[in-house]
Design a protein around this ligand. Structure first.
Ligand code: ZN
Length: 457
C-alpha cells in the first residue's frame, strides 16, 4: 500500500518546507519535491501543514478513581485523540497496593487491546514498593514500559513516602527508566482539606484553595533533589504553578536531567473558573488545580525557553451527571480530572503559534517530538523522516471551529472550553500509514492500535 501526500508544507521540530511524503505500508519511505510515482492513493495537502502525529504522554482511559471510572475507555478516548490530531498516547497503568506490577500491566493491556485505534504505551504507577516489586521494575523496562510514576500526593491511596520514592528512583537510575512525579505535598493538602471541610467550606473552589502553589513548589523541589541524589532523570507531570517551574528551571540551569510538562488547561483556564455559579466549578476540579491567570504567561515563557519540554493533557474525563456530582456538598469527593485529549493541538496552535508565543516548530516539538524523545519513542515516532512510522496529521491552519461538547467526540457531558473559537484544525490523520480520519470523518478501526514497546535511556 503506497500513499502519496502531495503539495503540503512539511513541518517538524526543526524544519519547514514544501514537500511530498511517500508512505509505504506503515512507514514513511521517501520525502522529496514533486514526487511522481505510481501509488494507491494520493492526498492533496495544498495549503495545509503536514505534521508528525501528536503524542500525548499523559492520559487516563478507563481509570477507576474515587468510586467511579473515567468516562473514556481506550476506544472512545483514542477516537477522540485521532480527531484532535494525536496518533499515540502513553497511559498510566496502576499497581494497587498488594498487587504485582505484572498484574497491573496485564489489567491495562486488556483494557486497551481490541479497543485502541492508535498506538499506545504505558507508564507504571507504583503505589507500594518491596523487593519483589523492585525486581519487576527491571523486567518492565525490558518489556518496553520504561517509566514509573510516583505520587507525593493522595495519602492512603497513591502517595509514597520519601524513602520508598528514593528506593524506586535508585532502581530506575540503574535500569534505564525515567521517573514521572506527581509533585504536590499530599500531607499538607490533606490537613488543609480536613480543616476546610470542618469549617463548612464545601464548594468546588475549595479544591483549589486547599492545594496551594507552594505545596507544588515544595514537592517539585523535593522530587528533583531526591532524583539528583539517586542519579535518575525526573519528569514532573502536569506542572501548573510558577513556583514549581522555578524549581525545574533552577535544576536545568545546573545541568540536571529534570523535565516537566504542562497541560492546555493551565494555559487557557484559571482559578476564576472555580468561581462560576452553582456547582459549575466542579468541571475544573483536577490536581493540581487551575492557578491564577498571571501564571499563564510564566508557563508560556517556560515552554518557549525549554524550561518546560512537553504539553500533554492529563485527559481524565468525568461527566457532570452522576460523576462530578459525587462531590456535591463535599469538594473532596469530586472526581479529579477533565477532558482534553481532543482539543490539545488546536488550542495550542491557536493560542500559542497564532499569538506568537511559540514558533510553529516549537509547537511540533512540544506536542510530539520532545515527549517522543523523553519517553523512548523517537525516532520511530515524533517526526517526519524516512523510516519513521507514518503517523501523520494534515492540519488546516486557516480553518476556524468552535469547541463544544456537541461537536467533540470525548464521552463526557461537558467541555471546559465550550464555545471557544480556535483557528487551526486537524483534517486528515494517518496512523502507521492507514488513514483513520479522512477530512474530519473517522474511518479507523477499534483494535488497530498496537502496544508500543518503548526504549530505555
Ligand atoms: Zn494524571
Amino acid at each position: 500500500m503506497r500513499t502519496l501526500i502531495k503539495n503540503g508544507t512539511v513541518v517538524t521540530a526543526s524544519d519547514q518546507y514544501n514537500g511530498d511524503v511517500l508512505v509505504e505500508d506503515e512507514k514513511i519511505a521517501v520525502i522529496g519535491t514533486s514526487l511522481d510515482m505510481h501509488v494507491d492513493k494520493t492526498i492533496d495537502a495544498a495549503g495545509k501543514y503536514v505534521l508528525p502525529g501528536g503524542i500525548d504522554v499523559h492520559t487516563h482511559m478507563d481509570m477507576p478513581f474515587g468510586g467511579t471510572t473515567s468516562a473514556d475507555d481506550f476506544e472512545s478516548g483514542t477516537v477522540a485523540a485521532a480527531f484532535g490530531g494525536t496518533t499515540a498516547i502513553v497511559d498510566f497503568a496502576i499497581q494497587y497496593r498488594g498487587q504485582t506490577l505484572h498484574h497491573a500491566m496485564e489489567t491495562w493491556a486488556q483494557k486497551a487491546e481490541g479497543k485502541a485505534v492508535i498506538d499506545y504505551g504505558f507508564h507504571m504507577i507504583i503505589t507500594e514498593l518491596n523487593d519483589q516489586v523492585e525486581g519487576e521494575m527491571d523486567a518492565l523496562v525490558r518489556q518496553g514500559i520504561t517509566s514509573f510514576k510516583l505520587f507525593m500526593a493522595y495519602p492512603g491511596v497513591f502517595m509514597l513516602d520519601d524513602a520508598s520514592i528514593f528506593k524506586a528512583m535508585l532502581r530506575t537510575g540503574q535500569n534505564g527508566g525515567t521517573i514521572c512525579m506527581h509533585a504536590e505535598n499530599g500531607g499538607v493538602i490533606d490537613v488543609l482539606v480536613k480543616k476546610a471541610l470542618a469549617e463548612g467550606k464545601t464548594a468546588p473552589k475549595y479544591h483549589a484553595l486547599t492545594r496551594p502553589v507552594r505545596a507544588e513548589g515544595e514537592a517539585t523541589h523535593r522530587a528533583i533533589a531526591l532524583a539528583e541524589m539517586a542519579d535518575v532523570p525526573v519528569y514532573i507531570v502536569h506542572l501548573s504553578a510558577a513556583e514549581a517551574l522555578e524549581m525545574v528551571t533552577e535544576a536545568r540551569d545546573r545541568g540536571l536531567p529534570a523535565y516537566a510538562e504542562t497541560c492546555p488547561q493551565y494555559l487557557f483556564l484559571s482559578y476564576d473558573n472555580y468561581e462560576e455559579p452553582g456547582f459549575e466549578g466542579a468541571k475544573y476540579v483536577m490536581s493540581p488545580p487551575l492557578r491564577g491567570k498571571d501564571t499563564q504567561d510564566r508557563l508560556w515563557r517556560g515552554l518557549a525557553f525549554n524550561d518546560l519540554q512537553a504539553i500533554s493533557t492529563d485527559h481524565c474525563p468525568f461527566c457532570m451527571k452522576e460523576q462530578k456530582t459525587l462531590g456535591h456538598g463535599d469538594f473532596s469527593k469530586i472526581p479529579n480530572g477533565a477532558p482534553g485529549i481532543e482539543t490539545r493541538m488546536s488550542l495550542v496552535y491557536d493560542g500559542g503559534v497564532r499569538t506568537g508565543k511559540i514558533s510553529l516548530n516549537r509547537f511540533v516539538e512540544l506536542t510530539s517530538t520532545s515527549p517522543a524523545k523523553i519517553f523512548g519513542l523517537f525516532p520511530r515516532k515524533g517526526t517526519i523522516a524516512p523510516g519513521s512510522d507514518a503517523d501523520i496529521v494534515i492540519f488546516d491552519p486557516a480553518r476556524t471551529t468552535t469547541l463544544g461538547v456537541k461537536s467533540l467526540h470525548m464521552k463526557v457531558d461537558y467541555n471546559p472550553y465550550e464555545g471557544r473559537q480556535v483557528t487551526g484544525v486537524t483534517e486528515t490523520v494517518l496512523s502507521r500509514g492507514k488513514v483513520i480520519i479522512d477530512q474530519g470523518r473517522f474511518v479507523g478501526r477499534a483494535g488497530a492500535g498496537s502496544f508500543i514497546k518503548r526504549s530505555p535511556r
